[in-house]
Structures are given as C-alpha cells and as structure tokens.
Design a protein around this ligand. Structure first.
Ligand SMILES: Nc1ncnc2c1ncn2[C@@H]1O[C@H](COP(=O)(O)OP(=O)(O)OP(=O)(O)O)[C@@H](O)[C@H]1O
Ligand SMILES: [Mg+2]
Length: 436
C-alpha cells in the first residue's frame, strides 16, 4: 500500500536542462526542459535506456551538480548544494574500503557535524535497521554484494532522510539477493522506523519497477525527458506472477516501444531511417537468434514484449536495440506491445547461411542509408577503397565523436556479414576487395 500521498510536493524540478561539453568541444544535451514533482508518500521508479541521463537527473536533484537551465526546489526553497533531508544509494555501493561498516555509516553524519556519541548511536541504529548488526567492525571486502548494499542503505538512512534517491541499487546483485533486499526495503518503507516520505528508484528492471513503485516514469533519451507515466494501483506485497503486475508490465513495454519508434509514422509498420541514424548496437548472431526464436513453435511468429524480455532475460537495453534492428530490416514489427515476425523474417529464419546473407545484404542496401552510401562511394572510386575516417568525419556533422564511431562500427559489422564491402582493422580501409 502506498503511504498517504499528500498534495504539496517535496521536491520539484522546473524546466531543468543540462548539457555536458565533450572532449571534442561539442555540447551534449543530456536533459531537456524537464519537469517533475515528487509528492510525499510515494515510491517513484524511473526507467529508461542506458545513457539517457537518469544518474545526471539524480545528481541534479541532490544538488551535487547544477542544471544549465531551470531550477530544483526542496520544500519551495532553491537547491544550490547537497542538503540534509535527501540521501543517495548507488549501484556500486560506494563504500570506502579502508573504513569498517560502522565508520562507513558514520561518515554521512560527520559531514553534518554531529558529535561523536550521537554519531555512534545513530549509526548503530541504522545498521540494526538494515539487518547488519554483528558486522559493525567488518571491512567491505569481507562482505558479499548484498551485504555491502545493506551498508549503503544504512549510510543513506543514518541521516534520517525524507527522501532517498536510489540509482540502480540492485543491478549488481544476483536475483535472490535482490528479491531479499527489495522486500526488506519495502518493509522499511512501510514501517515506522524511518521518516522516509519518498523514494525515487532508477532501474533497468521493469518487473522491479512494478513490484516497488506507485508511479513509473518512462524516460526517453537523446535528450532525456519524461515521456510517459504509468500509475500502479496494486496492493503490497506484489508477486511477480500476479495478473495485475503483468498487465502493468505490458503497459510499460508498450510505452517503451512507442518511445523507441520516433521514426515510425502512424499507420506505417516499418521505420525509415536517415544516413545519420544511431544504428542499434546489435550483433548478427543475436539478431538471427531472436528471429529464430520468434519463428519457433513456442511463439509462432508473435511475442508479447514483456514475455520475450522475461523468457530471454533481456533488459530494456538489450531488447529495444534488437527490435529496432528487426524493424529497420523489415524482419519484424511492433504493434500494441507485441513483436510480429514478417514473411521475410520467416524466410530468413528458415534459410541456409548463404541465403541468409543474400537476404540480409538486400535489406541492408535498401533500408540502411549509411551502408548504401558506403557501397556507392566504394563503387565510384577507381581503386574501390576509402578510409573509415572519410565516413567518420561525415557522420560527425550530426553525431558526437563517440556516437559516430559506434554507428560506423555497427554498419561495418553488418556490411561485412552481408559481404557488400570488406574492411581491414589494421589499416582502417573499407574496400570492395577482401583484404585477406
Ligand atoms: N561529467 C560528464 N561529462 C561529460 N558527459 C557526461 C558526464 N556525465 C554524464 N555524461 C554523459 O551524459 C549522458 C547521460 O549519462 P548518465 O550517466 O546520466 O546516464 P544514465 O541514464 O544514468 O545511464 P546508465 O543507465 O548507463 O547508468 C551519457 O551520454 C554520458 O556519457
Ligand atoms: Mg546511471
């Protein structure tokens, strides 16, 4: 059950934008005009692709970094630096290895100027709360990942925060440890031992978001913005096999699939991409594997995205690049939160390797403008060679240096598989002749 949600927000972000200046001096807009209010009594989850700016958003909320535009308000006051009342839990636990559990937990209080006696009392209390009593004098290296994160949690709770921001707190832990920590977190939240009024948790795990949160925010990338919100009106404890949980998960996958389809025109099944499109980082073997899975009798050419992610243990950073590639190549399309294999996808699944390559080459040349462009340039050159730098500098007109590198690398991998051009890693030369 959600705690009683009150009307007045605790923390407000108003028109927040943030950019970073990169090594090549280009500006990378990470957050674009973002508005968000967190109300007391709610657990909010934030899901979005890797690199979409979630951690940046948390750092801005906590006053660790400043936005370039807009403002952050904590109980109506502008936030200019880290403040009491908010604490963070990090994915990598961020414990200091040379300090004991007790000293690590006390650290947060030292910064607040709390005297020694009180520090000790409060730290022991927090350690007790997370079930780590008995380990006060242990060093982090003696502890398992789950225990380290319990210490991370104690260190966040010791300052008696109103709001706790958790940045993928369980993603470094195994499934059982995560289940265990998650239910302890819920007990802490629902119990009376803390003054927590609000939890914001960033997660890649959709199921986790649905099991914990009252409200799930779906974050888009390039630049990061909140694109959709899904409310979860289910009582706790929630079980992963509950129908209601599955329905909300379906809705989130549906929203995420819409988000990954900016190039799709309503009513048109496939996406048409431009020369500078951020090609998804997908290996041919993964793509073929997914096509064959969809074609198998288990799925019969149609898979619910939520089921597929669960069955294949794919998180959103694995799943959506794959569906993106499938749609670009017309091997499958997404409709209403499900992935459908096309006739061409079915032909690809059944084909021998040489025919697979032929189908792939045809789709690559027809639907990936960058591959077509590379092939044309090579065809036009008298020696049928070009350096990769030639294409990189072209891509850098509208992509950052690292994005251009990544896009070209993906395109080269695909082009080599399709045998529409060859590439020598040593010389960085693309050609129509196989260098070997
Ligand atoms: N200090 C910095 N200087 C330059 N670029 C940065 C800096 N911090 C983050 N970025 C860039 O901003 C973007 C967003 O990063 P951020 O860590 O907020 O993403 P995220 O959504 O938390 O990703 P993940 O899910 O992988 O943790 C990334 O492209 C990252 O490379
Ligand atoms: Mg992050």
């Amino acid at each position: 059950m959600a705690k009683q949600v009150q009307k007045k927000p605790v923390l407000v972000l108003e028109n927040v934008s943030k950019f970073f200046t990169q090594r090549d001096r280009q500006k990378l807009l990470v957050l674009d005009n973002l508005n968000l209010s967190l109300y007391p009594g709610e657990v909010v989850a934030l899901v979005g692709k890797s690199g979409s700016g979630k951690s940046t958003l948390l750092r801005i909320m906590s006053g660790l970094i400043k936005p370039n535009n807009g403002r952050v308000l904590w109980h109506d006051e502008d936030v200019a630096s880290p403040f009491k009342g908010l604490s963070m839990v990090f994915q990598d636990f961020a414990l200091l290895p040379w300090l004991t559990v007790l000293q690590n937990v006390e650290l947060g209080l030292e910064a607040l100027g709390v005297d020694r006696k009180e520090r000790r009392e409060k730290a022991l209390e927090a350690i007790d709360m997370v079930g780590m009593d008995g380990f006060e004098s242990a060093y982090p290296k003696e502890l398992s990942g789950g225990m380290c994160q319990r210490v991370g949690l104690a260190r966040a709770l010791v300052v008696d925060p109103e709001i706790m921001l958790m940045d993928e707190p369980f993603s470094a832990l195994d499934v059982l440890t995560t289940d265990n920590l998650r239910s302890d977190l819920l007990s802490l939240w629902q119990g009376k031992k803390t003054n927590l009024k609000n939890i914001l948790i960033v997660t890649h795990n959709i199921e986790e978001a649905v099991l914990l949160a009252d409200r799930i925010l779906i974050f888009s990338s390039n630049p990061g913005a909140i694109r959709a919100e899904v409310k979860v009106n289910l009582d706790h404890p929630r079980a992963d096999n509950e129908v209601g949980v599955h329905e909300v998960m379906d809705e989130i996958y549906h929203q995420l699939s819409l988000l990954h389809d900016p190039h799709k025109i309503a009513g048109v099944r496939y996406k048409n991409i431009g020369l500078h499109y951020r090609l998804p980082k997908v290996e041919i073997s993964e793509l073929s594997g997914l096509i064959e899975t969809l074609d198998s009798s288990e799925y019969a050419r149609k898979a619910d995205l939520a089921d597929l992610a669960e069955d294949l243990h794919l998180d959103i950073d694995d799943l959506f690049p794959l569906t993106d590639a499938l749609e670009i190549f017309r091997f499958a399309y997404i409709q209403d939160g499900a992935l459908f294999l096309t006739d061409l996808g079915n032909r690809f699944a059944c084909a021998e390797i040489l025919e697979k390559k032929e189908i792939f080459a045809k789709q690559l040349l027809n639907h990936v403008p960058l591959a077509r462009h590379i092939r044309r340039v090579l065809d036009d050159r008298y020696n049928q060679c070009a350096t990769e730098d030639r294409f990189l500098s072209e891509l850098q007109d509208s992509l950052t240096e690292s994005a251009a590198d990544e896009v070209l690398k993906v395109c080269i991998d695909w082009g080599r598989f399709a045998e529409i051009f060859a590439y020598s890693v040593n010389s960085g030369i693309l050609s129509l002749e196989d260098p070997n």
